[in-house]
Write a protein that binds this ligand. Structure first.
Ligand SMILES: NC(=O)C1=CN([C@@H]2O[C@H](COP(=O)(O)OP(=O)(O)OC[C@H]3O[C@@H](n4cnc5c(N)ncnc54)[C@H](O)[C@@H]3O)[C@@H](O)[C@H]2O)C=CC1
Ligand SMILES: Nc1nc(O)c(N)c(N[C@@H]2O[C@H](COP(=O)(O)O)[C@@H](O)[C@H]2O)n1
Length: 227
């Protein structure tokens, strides 16, 4: 059992998520950011990796007051549960994800993470422990599902997206392609990690929609199930 999983990311026309210095860049325009905000508001939880927390210091809050009010009217917290994959419990205690906006936070650590760091983070977030060395995704998804999370949005970065894609743990992939070129062989891409060699391992996708937004394109894919 696992939640319904939607991956969303913005990349440049050459497929990069940010610069080779991993500095956060604005690829989406205002209409695309509004679309992402709606996706956040529709989600029970949003997940990023510790690399994104270090690079971007995101809050992952719902930005629109109307969307936050609508969630409250439905009896839900203003913001979805915010989740960080953080094998070694390294999320800074001052990170925006821990201090900005109301709502639950979950830090997911590996079983061998430092206990003192876990205790300190436990003052600010719920701690889930899954896997050795790095977070075991099927174990985590089972726990999230048991706690009532039905719709999970993955916002990056490239290492985390690779893990979900390569383990077949996704239902939809939304990529916004912005009108800029970032370049750089070491700049993060949508799916980093080790990559596949064997074509038979490639996750296959079904095209759902292509939409012009701002000066770029939103492409919505669904995972093609094996026949
Ligand atoms: N344009 C966009 O839409 C977005 C861009 N970004 C960019 O992506 C970059 C950050 O990406 P990355 O460095 O790849 O970091 P990441 O955010 O993908 O985090 C990777 C880290 O998560 C931890 N982790 C624990 N369990 C894991 C598992 N099972 N699978 C994968 N990782 C696991 C590991 O410590 C790993 O190094 C930044 O430059 C950021 O600006 C990030 C999000 C969205
Ligand atoms: N959709 C999208 N377009 C871009 O151009 C981006 N740079 C990102 N980045 C993601 O948004 C997070 C920041 O969220 P907050 O504004 O702090 O709530 C960032 O960490 C990336 O996940 N996304």
């Amino acid at each position: 059992m696992r939640p319904y999983i939607i991956i969303n990311a913005a990349m440049s026309a050459d497929g990069k998520l940010s610069t080779r210095e991993r500095r956060q860049v604005r690829i989406s325009g205002s209409d695309d950011f509004a679309r992402v905000d709606r996706m956040r508001a529709e989600s029970d939880a949003i997940l990023v990796g510790i690399g994104t927390v270090h690079a971007d210091d995101p809050s992952l809050t719902v930005k629109s007051p109307e969307l936050r009010s609508a969630r409250r009217r439905e009896g839900r917290p203003e913001n979805p549960i915010r989740i960080v994959l953080d094998s070694h419990a390294e999320t800074p205690l001052s990170a925006d994800i821990l201090v900005k906006g109301e709502g639950e936070r979950i830090i997911v650590v590996a079983e061998d993470a430092d206990l003192r760091k876990i205790r300190a983070l436990g003052e600010h977030a719920m701690i889930i422990s899954c896997g050795k060395g790095r977070v075991d995704l099927p174990c985590l998804l089972q726990k999230l599902s048991e706690s009532g999370i039905e719709r999970l949005m993955i916002e990056g970065g490239g290492t985390v997206i690779w893990s979900f894609l390569s383990e077949g743990l996704f239902d939809e992939l939304n990529t916004y392609i912005g009108s800029c070129v970032i370049g750089g062989a070491m700049a993060p891409t949508l799916a980093d990690g080790e990559g596949f060699i064997d074509e038979s391992q490639f996750p296959r996708l079904l095209l759902q929609e292509v939409q012009r937004i701002d000066d770029g394109l939103l492409i919505r894919w669904k995972r093609k199930m094996e026949e």
